[in-house]
Design a binder for this molecule. Structure first.
Ligand code: GTP
Ligand code: MG
Length: 443
């Protein structure tokens, strides 16, 4: 961190303005080489207009707004200069080249945030939240990420860490002062550990939602030709995306639409109707249907009064299938099976309840949602929480088996260590590098 980095921090060019960020011990020196008035003479956290000059013949490249932040009061905790230049591709390239010639080097992906983390400006969950805000595919993903940036996850984990700390005090007192304290109070220890375990299990239940909100899910429509797959796709999407016709075999290829259903980014796929076909092109489409089904999180299996359900050899789990009876407006069925959605793409009957059914099936599949809907942990948090839960369960077993207190202390230490890794207080460098390398350049 003793070098100075520079990168474009804003996106989508051309734009009115683009922000180039420079951070490091020589940030002021570097920028001074291409401007006329020194950064040090500018009031910290203030903006002023500055002409940017070439190094060799001092011709003007652009006129920028220069914002100066003095360490430690900046995003990275280092000296930072932001140059708000005009947002054209050429001008941005030229200014970056000037900064590199003046002593900065190109920033790696996520390197500004990594420096903020290393300088104690952010913990790892907040740094991850920044990446999540940038990558958020839906409003609800952005909302969860903003809550995490505000510290919802950190404060929940901190409160469990405090419980573990009080359990450690209990155990270590009986190790250090056996005459005064006596044996570990197993009842008190059990109470604290069980409460910590309950909190961790509640956090763990948010993992499914976290995964879905960040990565999305695929939902595939399957059924015999003419059962109404394309009509249902259009009804859910709210627009005419797929061709609908009374001719069986209309859809030949898979068609994807991307939707936000209940905050989950969904890829909804229409497929070619399944039947034995001698038509070579239709058969290729049918093979693609089978591939889509194999990769699906949810399969909507369609049937109607005159089209029986098809057999789905590619689906392993019943939990993957949602049964749908189509064309309810034409149906003579009075009481559809309770596990079947009764819908009409023409009247709209049952469509909203089917959408709700898809969302709740996705969320409930692995144990449902947490009561705290503003937390949704990611895979890294989930892995660490699992290790902490395992360590705490070993504490309960050891305490029941009256195993010596120093071994119980080791397990409590392990649980605390795993939780501290969530905020990154004890994360080794290789691990945080891995996390920040997934960020975009300039962040
Ligand atoms: N009355 C009524 N007709 C429907 C409904 N859904 C679909 N249809 C009609 O059924 C016929 C077939 O609909 P599609 O949506 O093209 O069926 P598909 O399953 O995509 O058919 P293929 O692409 O050939 O596999 C069309 O004439 C639609 O207008 C419905 O809910 N009610
Ligand atoms: Mg179709």
């Amino acid at each position: 961190m003793n070098d100075t980095i520079a990168a474009l921090a804003s996106g989508r060019i051309p734009a009115g303005v683009a922000i180039i960020r420079v951070s490091g011990p020589n940030a002021f020196l570097v920028v001074d080489k291409i401007t006329a008035v020194s950064c040090a003479s500018q009031h910290p956290s203030s903006a002023r207009i500055a002409k940017l000059y070439t190094l060799a013949d001092r011709t003007v490249v652009d006129e920028a707004l220069r914002v100066v932040f003095m360490a430690p009061r900046s995003f990275t905790g280092e000296d930072v200069v932001e140059l708000h230049v005009h947002g054209g591709l050429v001008v941005i390239d030229e200014v970056l080249e000037l900064l590199y010639s003046a002593g900065a080097r190109p920033a790696n992906p996520g390197e500004f945030s990594e420096r903020a983390f290393l300088n104690g400006k952010l913990d790892l969950t907040q740094a991850e939240a920044i990446a999540d805000i940038i990558a958020a595919p839906t409003r609800s993903a952005r909302q969860l990420a903003a809550a995490q940036l505000g510290g919802t996850l950190t404060s929940k984990v901190n409160s469990v860490e405090q419980q573990i700390q009080s359990a450690r005090v209990l155990v270590e007192a009986s190790i250090d002062f056996p005459e005064d304290v006596g044996d570990v109070d197993d009842l008190a220890l059990g109470r604290i550990v069980k409460s910590a375990l309950a909190d961790l299990e509640e956090l763990q239940r948010t993992a499914r939602r976290g995964h879905l909100v960040r990565n999305g899910a695929s939902v595939v429509l399957v059924g015999a030709p003419n059962v109404g797959k394309s009509s249902l796709l259009n009804a859910i999407a709210g627009r005419d995306r797929a061709i609908v016709s009374p001719i069986a075999g209309t859809t030949r290829d898979t068609i994807d639409v991307h939707l936000d259903l209940g905050g989950i980014p969904i890829t909804l796929t229409d497929t070619a109707g399944l039947r034995d076909s001698a038509d070579e092109i239709e058969q290729i489409g049918i093979d693609r249907t089978h591939n889509s089904v194999r990769d699906a999180d949810i399969v909507l299996a369609l049937s109607s009064d005159d089209t029986p359900p098809i057999c789905l050899p590619d689906v392993n789990l019943d939990s993957q299938i949602i049964r749908v009876h189509t064309k309810s407006d034409l149906s003579s069925v009075n009481a559809p099976r309770p596990d079947t959605h009764f819908i009409s793409a023409v009247t709209g009957e049952g469509i909203d309840s089917l959408i709700q059914g898809i969302v709740s099936r996705l969320l409930d599949e692995n144990g449902g949602t947490s009561s705290d809907s503003l937390i949704a942990i990611n895979a890294r948090h989930a892995a660490l929480i699992t290790l902490a839960i395992e360590a705490l369960n070993r504490v309960l077993l050891a305490s029941a088996a009256r195993i010596p207190a120093d071994l119980i202390a080791v397990e409590l230490h392990d649980a605390a260590f795993q939780l501290a890794s969530i905020s990154g207080r004890n994360v080794i460098e290789a691990m945080h590098r891995e996390i920040f390398s997934r960020f975009c350049i300039g962040k």
